[in-house]
Structures are given as structure tokens and as C-alpha cells.
Ligand binder design. Structure first.
Ligand code: NDP
Length: 381
């Protein structure tokens, strides 16, 4: 198990829960980062006394430098500072809890510095793909999934002999708009999209759950992590979020991982692997829940899953394009500049219009493609 970590995106939902786990198990925290949230960072600096903290925004970094000038923490800024935070010597594991493509470069930097990665930032694997998994192999580091579904699969696979896996069954809560028709989705608001039935998460992933883009991104993530093709990854709606995912073996036996919906379980497992330690998470009482329900996804109403599958099959830069288009569209939706159905429409348009490009892209090509995709979307608005 790890005893020394850095937490990128420490002010967000996953970042704060990671620090809960670190506090409980006396894991030393060496570096932290955020985009702008200096208020939460200051509290975290006073409690965890990290060696280095990065605030990406330059002005916010200046402000934080003044407010924590009585501490020994070094404050850095910008994307360069983020890379510094990703490779602080003393940390052996970097928890990447940044939202969006901004997590890609720090992940690669940490891998090159020989750090193990506890990865919540699914956009890294979606857009980065083989670039990331090849780097993991080349630098001999470990990549532990934090996403609850992928952590579940990772745990289930420990009971699976080599070559025995038939398929992965990713469970999905269905998000805020499960059961709604295309017509009903035309007028839903950002406020209602942000009300997730089971999880309290950052805004972007909560909207991704409502469009079911999140499940599409997770299909790509699962394919990258476990080297399984798209056709062997099923999606099953499970409203209660008790079964976090399953695997089916060649003999049709199914292995599932269950627990109360609380991200501290997968976060802790990524940090303490292969150990199982005490946790403050509520015990699962199935007699109290009494009923678990399952449904097939409505692929016609929630088109993003299908677009992500197509992007995965095309490979190369396609997943980076759909990821960038989605990030831009969610931003516009949250700013009330586009409607809910226009998120999927934007992603589809970017996918359809993309001309291809390298099948084995470099990080520079991925970042360039990401920026170009966004530019077209923002230019159109
Ligand atoms: P939040 O929005 O709650 O937090 C995001 C973090 O990233 C914050 O610390 C934020 O800083 C920082 N950040 C935002 N933009 C940038 C940027 N451009 N550069 C550097 N840092 C930035 O997100 P979540 O914690 O919900 O999600 C984080 C990741 O984990 C996502 O990829 C998500 O898909 C994944 N995930 C989340 C789950 C959850 O339960 N929340 C479950 C499974 C996966 P600031 O506070 O200053 O804005």
C-alpha cells in the first residue's frame, strides 16, 4: 500500500474524499493542486502541510502565496506548476482527480517520473488511450482505477483466471433523466441535470451521467484499462448503484462487486491495494434495500453511448474528439447557451465531421485535436 501521495484536483469531490482516506490511514500528502479554489486549498495546506501546491490560475496562486506565507508550503502556478506537483520526489502515488483533458499531461508527467497513478480522471484514458497505457508499461508503474465501475471490475478480475473473461457488464445509474423521452428532454434545465439520484459529484460528471456520456466514456476507459473490445462491454441500468459492475466468465458465472454508493471505497482500494483496511463507509445491508432493479439502456434517447462506441472502434484521435466536444458542450449547457439535447448533437457533429488523423497519436497531437475541436464549437456559438 502507498504511504506517500500527491493529490491533483484536491479541491473537488474526488480530491476531498481522497484526503478523507489519507487522514484516516495516515497517508502523507506531499502535493496538492486546484484550478482556482484558494479557500479550500488554504484549509488543506494548514491540515496536511504539503511540500508543494499548484494553483493553475496565476492570480489565484499569487493570492494563496500571501495567505499561506506563514507556512513552509511552496506555491506554484500554471500548467508547468501542475507538472511539478505531479512529480514531487517523496510521493510514490499520484491521485489524479482533475476534471477533463487538463488531467492528461500531469498523468503522463507523473508516469514518466515513475509514480503509480490512482486515476479518477477518465478523460485522460479516453483521449490519451494507448499513449497512456504504453507509458505505464514503459515506465513500469501501476495504474489503479478510482472510477467505481472500473474499480469494481478490477476487483472482480482478481477472481478470474487468464483467458476466462467473456464480458464486462458496466452498471449505470441512468442519471437524472432516466425514463424520459426525447421530447421531454428538450426542456430540462441545468439545475435538474445536476440532481444525481445517488452520487454527489462535480458538475461535469453529473451532467455526463444525465446524458449517459459518462457511460460512453467509461466503455472507452474500460476497454483501455482491461484490454477488452467494445463488443465485450455491456451496459446495464441499475438505479440503486449498489452493484458497481460485474464480469461474466466463459462458463457464464457472473462476479459482481457491491457496496453502498460511496467513492471512498474505490479511492481507498486504489491507495491500499492489495490490502483491505477499515473504512468509514456505511455497511451494506441488502435486507434494508430489499430490491435491486435492472433495465436495458435506451440507446435511442441517450445517443452518447453509441457515439462513444463508434469512437472507440475508429480509434486514433476519435475518442479525443468526442471527449473534447462533450467538455465544450457541457460547459455551454451549464452556461445555459445550449439545450440538453444539443450536448449529444454537438458531440455527434464533431465526430461526424472529424477527418481522421494519426492512428497512434502523440500527446501533442491529442492536445492539438482537443483544442481544435473546442475552437469550432465555441466559434459556432
Ligand atoms: P470536481 O469538479 O468536483 O473537481 C475537479 C477538480 O479539478 C478541482 O480540484 C478543480 O479545481 C480541478 N480543476 C478544474 N479545472 C482544472 C484545470 N483546467 N486544470 C487543473 N485543475 C482543474 O470533479 P470531480 O471530483 O467530480 O471529478 C474529477 C474526475 O474524477 C473527473 O474526471 C470525473 O469524471 C472523475 N470521477 C468523479 C467521480 C465523483 O464521484 N465525483 C466518480 C468517478 C470518476 P477548482 O476547485 O479550483 O475548480
Amino acid at each position: 500500500m502507498t504511504e506517500n501521495i500527491s493529490v491533483l484536483g484536491s479541491t473537488g469531490s474526488i480530491g476531498k474524499q481522497t484526503l478523507d482516506v489519507a487522514r484516516m490511514h495516515n497517508i502523507r500528502v506531499w502535493a496538492l493542486s486546484a484550478n482556482r479554489n484558494t479557500e479550500v486549498l488554504e484549509r488543506q495546506i494548514r491540515e496536511f502541510k504539503p511540500k508543494l501546491v499548484c494553483v493553475v490560475d496565476e492570480e489565484c496562486a499569487k493570492k494563496l502565496k500571501i495567505s499561506v506565507s506563514d507556512t513552509e508550503t511552496k506555491i506554484v502556478s500554471g500548467t508547468k506548476g501542475l507538472q511539478e506537483a505531479a512529480c514531487v520526489d517523496e510521493a510514490d502515488t499520484v491521485v489524479n482527480a482533475i476534471v477533463g483533458i487538463a488531467g492528461l499531461v500531469p498523468t503522463l508527467t507523473a508516469i514518466k517520473a515513475g509514480k503509480n497513478i490512482a486515476l479518477a480522471n477518465k478523460e485522460t484514458l479516453v483521449a490519451g488511450g494507448k499513449t497512456v497505457t504504453d507509458a505505464v508499461k514503459k515506465f513500469g508503474v501501476k495504474l489503479y482505477p478510482v472510477d467505481s465501475e472500473h474499480s469494481a471490475i478490477f476487483q472482480c478480475l482478481r477472481g478470474c483466471p487468464k483467458g476466462a473473461l467473456k464480458k464486462i457488464i458496466l452498471t449505470a445509474s441512468g442519471g437524472a433523466f432516466f425514463g424520459k423521452t426525447k421530447e421531454e428532454l428538450k426542456n430540462v434545465t441545468a439545475e435538474s441535470a445536476l440532481k444525481h439520484p445517488n452520487w454527489n459529484m462535480g458538475a461535469k460528471i453529473t451532467v455526463d451521467s444525465a446524458t449517459m456520456m459518462n457511460k460512453g466514456l467509461e466503455i472507452i476507459e474500460a476497454s483501455r484499462l482491461f484490454d477488452v473490445p467494445d463488443e465485450d462491454i455491456d451496459v446495464l441500468i441499475h438505479r440503486e448503484s449498489i452493484i458497481h459492475s460485474m464480469i461474466q466468465l466463459k462458463d457464464n458465472a457472473v462476479i459482481a462487486q457491491l457496496g453502498c454508493p460511496d467513492m471512498r471505497i474505490p479511492i481507498q482500494y486504489a491507495l491500499t491495494f492489495p490490502e483491505r483496511l477499515e473504512s468509514p463507509v456505511k455497511e451494506l445491508d441488502l435486507s434494508e434495500i430489499s430490491k435491486l432493479t435492472f433495465y436495458k439502456p435506451d440507446y435511442e434517447t441517450f445517443e452518447c453511448i453509441g457515439i462513444c462506441r463508434s469512437a472507440l472502434r475508429k480509434g486514433g484521435l476519435y475518442p479525443a474528439v468526442v471527449n473534447a466536444a462533450n467538455e465544450a458542450a457541457v460547459e455551454l449547457f451549464l452556461k445555459k447557451k445550449i439545450s440538453f439535447p444539443e450536448i449529444a448533437e454537438t458531440v455527434k457533429k464533431s465526430f461526424d465531421e472529424f477527418k481522421g488523423g494519426s492512428l497512434n497519436p502523440s500527446p501533442e497531437e491529442i492536445i492539438y485535436t482537443d483544442a481544435e475541436t473546442r475552437k469550432h464549437i465555441f466559434f459556432d456559438r
